[in-house]
Design a protein around this ligand. Sequence first.
Ligand code: PGA
Length: 262
Amino acid sequence: MEVIIVKSAAEAARKAARIYKRMLDEKPTAVLGLATGSTPLKLYSELVRMCENGEIDFSKATTFNLDEYVGLPEGDPNSYRYFMDANLFDKINIDKKRTHMPCGNADDVNEHCAEYDAKIRLAGGIDLQLLGIGADGHIGFNEPTSSLTSRTRIKTLTKQTISDNARFFGGDPDKVPTHAITMGIGSIMDARMIVLLAFGENKAEAIKAAIEGPISAMVPASALQMHKNVKVIMDEPAASQLRLREYYDWVYERKPEWQKDA
Ligand code: PGA
């Protein structure tokens, strides 16, 4: 796991955007795993800016999003499809037909989830998966005690996640759906490369547990310790509880320049 601590969320977004650019330059047909929430917003703005300037080309890319709420009507402004269209897909040169999200209103949820995993496999697997992290250590909506080998399925959100996400629903936790469809931890671990972004002090405990704690279903993000190619990019407040902080900086300062965006 590569731990990169930067001064601000904006710097992290620029760094992550360079990883996307490099990926798409090398493999224009790359399959990108995308995330929602506050965390990726600056990265998406940067990707939009780069696309407008002709610095990055999404025209042949395929995307799969991590998760979607269950039960929100189609076109609901709080649905993750709406979020992705508004913040990224409608602003870049991607073919919307190749942007995939789990459907939160599928008649047969289990069948839909199995199909979602199958579609990812058929597309050749995810080349680069973006993740945020929940204050409870979740990735996607894989809440604590999720199986570390889980596949796409329906999950019940914790009260903490519901309260954390209430800000998107006018501050009312009763408006937040209690269920979501999420790629599983096993599905996420199949990605060839993973970038996890984390900002703010309320992520510091989860970040410490994920990076330096034992691998445990109680901290789903800790499964990433078993992945060969993960970069965790965070700001100073998110890094504030890391015990080996000095070591991470020491490693990063000694990285050859060519490796930095790899
Ligand atoms: P956030 O959520 O980006 O809105 O903080 C991250 C997550 O829950 O994975």
